[in-house]
Structures are given as structure tokens and as C-alpha cells.
Design a protein around this ligand. Sequence first.
Ligand code: TYD
Length: 213
Amino acid sequence: MTAHRRGLLLALEGIDGAGKSTLARALAQRLRRDGRSVRLRREPSDRELGRLAQLAGARDPWTGAVYFTLDRFLARPSLERDLQRADVVVTDRSLYSTLAYQGSALGASAVRRLEELGPRATVLPDRVALLDLSPAEALRRVGRRAGARGPLERERTLQRVAARYRRLARQGAWTVLDARRPTAELVDAIVRSLPEGPRRNAPRPAPAREQRT
Ligand code: TYD
């Protein structure tokens, strides 16, 4: 059932305006330069379903979470294909976005159901990097992108989401990065946190010798 995987799945997480998409592109460029094959992805995968999920989620977080999970489930075959083909798959958002955004608006028992549902719908990331930024700063960055809601309500929502992200990061031992740092530094920090991967042009390693302790 589960396809053989060779790629590493790295998820970038953070509140709106944290700079995930810029970082994802720079990271992909750097990894490719280092000789690794990379696939870039984003969630929601289907724009229309994503829009629906956002609309539904604003009124009812559980329904929003189900739509985002459905999007993930539908995208799973293509994610698995990417993982078979690439050394590293970088995804801008993952199931942890649902746990942070919708999960922080739901009660404990609904969150437990989401925690069960999520991993059945998709592939769990091997590594997660959180781009941490204060909601006030994030809102300054997104400006007009902030949407129809009032800025105060928007900031309160992002505060709730940012707090949940920090909790998830502690529990999951994620790499936490200060999003105010220059992109090149963030890329370095992520690359350092990754296991050494296969490099297309690198010589094959000699057979491992028996380890003596
Ligand atoms: P995204 O596409 O990353 O934002 P943008 O349109 O600015 O590129 O995500 C859209 C919004 O959906 C964003 O506010 C985060 C939210 N979202 C959730 O609430 N739950 C989820 O599971 C996902 C994937 C996104």
C-alpha cells in the first residue's frame, strides 16, 4: 500500500506573512545547487478546495479542517510520486497547518480526532521547520492581503495560531527559526538540520565498515 519512499519530506509552517513561500523557493534553489533533486509543493493543493476550506473554516473550524484534510488526501498520490522521485520534497504547509489554525479553534476532543484523521490522509513530514514571527509583524508584512476581517480580529486569530504552532514545535522537536532573519541564514539553518542526503554527482560512499565501540 505505502509506496517505497526515498525522499525526505520537509514541511515549512508558520502564520500568514511569515515568509514560507520565499523560503521554500530559496531552499529548493540551494538544495539543487548542492546536488539534491527537489520537488516544491504547497497546501492546499487544490486552490478551489482550499478556498472552500477557508470559507467554511471561518464559520466552523471542524468543517474547514475536514476540507483541508480532504485536499491533502486527494493530493496524496502525487505527493507519494514526488517522494519516489526526489531527494527532498519541500512542502509549504502540511497537516500541521490544520492542527494550528483549525485545531486552535477547536476543543480537546475534536483536536484528538483531527490528530487521528490527519496521518491517515497524508504522509507525515520527516522534518518540520517553523518560521516564527509575531502576529503584529506578520500583519504588517501581509498588509492588504490580510483579508476581509478587521485587523484586530485578524491579529487575535493569528496570536492563537502562533501560540499553537509554538506548542506543536515543542512537542514535535521542530526546527524553530526567527522569520526576521535574512532568507539566506534561514536556508543555512534548515540545510544544517537535514540529514546528509544523496547527491547526484557525489562519488558513491565506500561500503560501511563494522563499527567498533
Ligand atoms: P496559503 O495558501 O498558505 O496562503 P496564501 O493564500 O497567502 O498563499 O493558505 C491559505 C490560508 O489557509 C492561510 O490563512 C492558512 C489557511 N490554512 C488553514 O487554515 N488550514 C490548513 O490546513 C491550511 C493548509 C491552510
